[in-house]
Design a protein around this ligand. Structure first.
Ligand code: IPD
Ligand code: CA
Ligand code: CA
Length: 277
């Protein structure tokens, strides 16, 4: 059975409560697909409503903790040794298009260290949890990253830059990375939820995941999930600045250095090909 600290308990019930509302809203989005205006406004209201439920639940149980949340920004609190980091809806584009692959992500930091994480897909009822030093679980099953060691057996997930995300140089770098990984591995997936991508690496479904330009709420819970499943999580320089830089690579101990080398060399290739400014 997973160990649930009191804080993880609070986070899990907040995610389940908000998830119930998200399921009802998702049903409504499916009805709105055929309307001329489309469901975009409705989704942004659903996103904010989910956030409100999460914030209310977390603040009720831990009134002093600051909360960093995607839509609300930083809600300050007197307890400076803790911070919740929330993404109420990760995979918004999927939600908007009626694709049942999205999640609520909640992390807790203590003294600047990630200590608890929850990633919850309310549609599949997959609840991923992690507690520092106590492992990561999917529902009641302990998670461990996959054991594949060779790039030629490695299935990766990634995030593709999109309208409004990244400069033309960032897009070029991504295309160069993509080519390098295409040439070295049997498959790449882009399912549209960074939080679930990380949880799925922890669960051994994907062997690796990399993306640039993410926000702390996309990855905080997932970083802990991967680490507690014995995986390695770094930024794309091999350092620890994932939350600051928004760049991340996760994999098992054997694949991580191989992918890091490949992606770094692709990054160098893209910047040497870029026209001087
Ligand atoms: C997005 C998802 C997506 C990633 C984007 C994120 P959102 O979060 O995680 O997979 O590629 O970079 O912004 O907007 O759905 O919360
Ligand atoms: Ca997100
Ligand atoms: Ca979001």
């Amino acid at each position: 059975m997973p160990y649930l600290s009191p804080a993880l308990n609070v986070m899990t019930s907040a995610a389940r409560k908000a998830g119930r509302k998200l399921i009802r809203d998702f049903g409504e989005v499916e009805n709105l697909q055929i309307s001329l205006k489309g469901p975009a406004d409705f989704v942004s209201v659903a996103d904010k409503r989910t956030e409100r439920i999460l914030i209310e639940e977390l603040q009720r149980a831990r009134p002093g903790y600051p909360i960093l949340s995607e839509e609300a920004g930083l809600l300050d609190g007197p307890d400076k040794s803790h911070r919740f980091i929330i993404d109420p809806l990760d995979g918004t584009t999927n939600f908007l298009h009626g694709i049942p692959h999205f999640a609520i992500s909640i992390a807790l930091e203590r003294e600047g260290q990630l200590v608890s994480g929850v990633i919850y897909n309310p549609i599949s009822d997959d609840l991923f949890i992690a507690e520092r030093h106590h492992g990561a679980y999917l529902n009641d099953t302990r998670l461990r990253v996959a054991a594949r060691k060779q790039l030629n057996t490695c299935l990766s997930a990634t995030g593709i830059p999109f309208l409004g995300r990244g400069t033309p140089d960032d897009q070029e770098r991504f295309l160069t990375e993509l080519r390098a990984v295409i040439e070295a591995t049997p498959g790449i997936r882009r399912f549209g939820s960074a939080a679930l991508d990380l949880a799925w690496v922890a669960a051994g479904r994907y062997d690796a995941f990399w993306e640039h330009g993410l926000k702390p709420w996309d990855i905080a819970a997932g970083i802990l999930m991967v680490r507690e499943a014995q995986g390695v999580a770094t930024d794309l320089n091999g350092g620890e600045r994932m939350l600051e830089s928004g760049d991340i690579l996760v994999a098992n101990e054997q694949l991580h250095p191989q992918l890091l080398k490949l992606l770094k060399s692709a990054g160098r290739q893209a910047s040497s090909a870029a026209p001087a400014t």
